[in-house]
Each structure stands twice: as C-alpha cells, then as structure tokens.
Design a protein around this ligand. Structure first.
Ligand code: FAD
Length: 401
C-alpha cells in the first residue's frame, strides 16, 4: 500500500541485461526466477485481474489507477480465488524441522502448523511498521544459513550539521533517526529540490560513484533519485568505518571555465544595469546567485558556503557551483529505508529452484535473500519472480514426494 508513494511501481520493463544491472549483490541469483516470471508476466497477471497498467519514464510500470491498493486487491483476489487462506495479525515465532515426521513445524502464538515444504518470504528489516521484523533471518539461521551483513539502502543520507544531533554510536554506526530535528542550517535547505544535478560520492577521499539527476533535501537528509542512488554505497561505507563525503555539481552540463565566463558576463550586466545603482556588493551578488540558482536555495547555499558572498568572489562561486562539498555524517536507518541490503547469501540457495542448500524442503524468496535493487520497480519484480519460482518448486516437490 505504501509502495511508490501510494502508486506502487510494481515492475520495470527493461530486458534482463539492463534490469540486472540494477540488482545487488549477485543478480545471477534472480536470473532463473526472472526468466520464469519476467516483468511482462507481472503486467499480464495484473491485467488478468482487471487491473490495467501504465508504463512511465524509465520503463516503470504502475496500475493505471495510480492506486497501490489495486495491486494489493489483485493479489488477494488471485490468491483467495485459488483457495488460499490468508491469516493476518498472526506472528510466526519459531520454525523447526522434525526429521522423524519429515515436516516443518511453524509456531504462531498458541498454534502450530505443519507442512512438508516451507517458504520463508518474510522480507527484510526496513519499515518495521509494515511487520518487517527481520524474523526471517533468524528462522534461516536456525537451519544453518549465514546472513551477509545487513544495512539499510535507498534511504536518506545526512550531511554533517544538517541535524541537531550527531550520529548514534548504536548497533549501526552512523544511524541518525529520521525523527531527529533539523539544525538551523538543515532548515535552510529542507524542501529544496534540484533538477539535473550531478552528485559524486567519495569514501575515504576516493570517488566511488557519480550520478546525474534530481536531488531532494528533506527532513531526513539528502533523498530523491540521486540521494537514493548513492545511499547503498554510502551507508555500507559509513557502517564499515569509512569517511563519506559528497560533491554536488549544480551545473553538470558546463565546465568550470565556461561557467566562470558566464558568471563574469552576468556580473558585468548586473553592474551595468541602472537598477544596480546604490546597491551594495552583497546585494548584487545575491542578484547574480538568483540567476544561476533556484531562488529558495540562495540563503542555504550561502549559509553552507560561508565567505562566498564576501567581495563577490566569482572564481570561488564557479568552484562551489561545480563542487559543493558536504561531509556525510550518517543515514536514516531501517525506520524509513526502502530496502534492506544483505541477507541470505546466493551461494546458500539453488538459483534454479530457490531451495535452501542447508535444509531440504526449505525455500527462500524476496528481500530476505541477499538481493536488493535500485528504485524503479526492480525490488517488487525481484520479490514477484523469486516468490513465483519458490512457490512453483515447493509445490512440485510436494506433489513428487
Ligand atoms: C516505503 C516503501 C516504498 C517502496 N516502493 C517500492 C516500489 O514502488 N517499487 C518496488 O519495486 N519496490 C518498492 N519497495 C520495496 C518493496 O516493497 C520490497 O522490496 C518488497 O515488498 C519485498 O517483498 P517481500 O515479499 O520479500 O517482503 P515484504 O513485502 O516485506 O513482505 C514480508 C511480509 O512478511 C511478514 N512477516 C515478517 N515476519 C513475520 C513473522 N514472524 N510472522 C508473520 N509474518 C511475518 C511481514 O509482515 C510482511 O507482510 C518499497 C518499500 C518501501 C518500504
């Protein structure tokens, strides 16, 4: 219901070659599942449930109604029409394999359920308010699985000084809870969206990722497509004790020299303009900034680049417009991260069936696996494809026994 800001970007129509470049840690784990149930099948599935779809920029597919609830209703309708019984509000506390009776026992409160095959589809740790408690990792561990280090991804990264409180030294180094209030400097930037911007991520001073697109300053930190794109590497780096920093390029389409020429021309025009008579240098510099920056960003930009306005330093301005550096202190954690990176390693699962290599009859799918992807409908498609394959193979295995 909350996916895609309530619109549910449920798949992406790119072919495997492009699709797989958006998946971590090993896209090969998803490959057989994807070809068995590709994006086109997901669209067909929902259209068969009476849900027309639309494809938007970047091959992202949504229900034509733009209502995520239609997707939920379609899934529930398809399941119940096949006789599936859905029990909500029931938390599974423990799962175990009884090798005598050759069944899995699933304990949920007072009740115990038994089955010959078990699929763990419990998701990750992100957004605990949706029921994602990370239980699946302990269930899988109890069958001998290891868990690749977990960390939040597709989440806000927080510049130093953006919030009133520093990063916690808690379980995850660098975690800054979403609810921590903004500092005065953070308030100057919050709400600003930058279009066609360049963003480069540095770890320990070395460039690791460079992307171009839209960037949002929010109550969490840096978000929007660009913030999310670099968040995985950034969070992983911080958790592992590396120093993170970013450089924002406000004018990625022009080089610094060309930009400086343009600033000099604009500056000459402003000075020659009769309306500038009697206006001090600071005021004229702000007029110049208004010509090269969104109006709402001027105070924030000057606040975060102190000294820039003094003496109308055009070279300094050109440098800062091309390279606005911020140290990144931390990140918003699972409380608001879109996905959980890490999980059950690909080597411990048979990709063609998604059966566990540790426990026969146990299958794993979705985010509990060490599979996470960029925004754009890739995560749900991975969950649908792996869920479909795990379901098919578990059912076949029950029939064949
Ligand atoms: C805000 C937000 C927006 C998103 N938007 C998009 C988007 O537009 N497009 C996209 O592709 N992806 C999106 N994602 C990511 C996507 O939703 C997930 O990657 C995907 O849902 C993972 O599917 P899953 O089935 O593995 O796990 P989940 O969808 O998390 O489902 C796991 C289920 O297991 C239940 N569960 C867990 N433990 C237990 C237990 N012990 N007992 C009983 N039940 C349990 C949970 O309550 C949950 O219902 C978004 C995620 C968030 C948080």
């Amino acid at each position: 219901m909350i996916t895609g800001k309530g619109r549910c970007n449920f798949t992406n129509l790119k072919d495997w070659e492009s699709f797989s470049s958006h998946i971590r840690s090993k896209a090969s784990l998803v490959r057989p599942a994807f070809f068995n149930f590709p994006s086109a099948k997901a669209i067909e599935f929902f259209e068969n449930q009476g849900i027309p779809t639309v494809v938007e920029r970047g091959d992202r597919a949504f229900p034509a109604s733009h209502m995520a609830s239609d997707i939920v209703d379609g899934l529930v309708k398809a399941a119940t029409s096949l006789g599936v019984r859905i029990m909500s509000g029931v938390q599974v506390g423990k799962v175990a394999y009884d090798s005598g009776d050759r069944v899995f026992n699933i304990q949920a409160g007072e009740r115990t359920f038994s089955c010959r095959c078990l699929i763990i589809a419990t998701g990750g740790l992100s957004y605990p308010s949706t029921g994602s408690s990370g239980d699946g990792y302990s269930f899988a561990s109890s069958f001998g699985h290891s868990i690749s280090p977990l960390f939040p991804s597709l989440t806000a990264i927080v510049p130093r000084g953006y919030k009133v409180q520093r990063a916690s030294g808690g379980e995850l180094r660098g975690h800054i809870d979403r609810s921590v209030p903004l500092s005065a400097a953070g308030k100057q930037l919050m709400g600003i969206s930058l279009k066609n911007t360049g963003l480069t991520l540095f770890l320990d001073g070395r460039e690791v990722q460079s992307v171009t697109g839209d960037l949002d300053f929010t109550d969490g930190g840096l978000e929007g497509p660009l913030g999310f794109q670099v968040s995985r590497e950034c969070v992983k780096g911080i958790v592992n004790g590396r120093k993170a920093g970013i450089s924002i390029d406000m004018k990625p389409a022009v080089g610094r020299d060309e930009l400086l020429d343009r600033l000099r021309r604009l500056w000459a025009e402003i000075k020659a303009d009769p309306r500038s008579r009697g206006i001090n240098l600071d005021r004229m510099f702000r007029i110049l900034l208004g010509k090269v920056l969104p109006h709402g960003l001027i105070d924030g930009f000057l606040g975060w680049n102190p000294g820039l306005g003094k003496g109308a330093d055009l070279e300094g301005l050109a440098r800062r417009l091309k390279d606005w550096h911020m140290d990144i202190e931390g990140f918003v954690g699972y409380e608001r991260a879109v996905v959980t990176a890490g999980g059950i390693p690909p080597e411990e699962v048979v990709a063609k069936t998604l059966e566990s290599k540790k426990q026969k009859g146990l299958y794993l799918c979705g985010e509990v696996l060490d599979v996470d992807a960029d925004t754009g409908g890739y995560n749900l498609q991975c969950a649908f494809s792996t869920g479909f394959l795990a379901g098919q193979c578990a059912a076949q295995s029950v029939i064949c026994r």
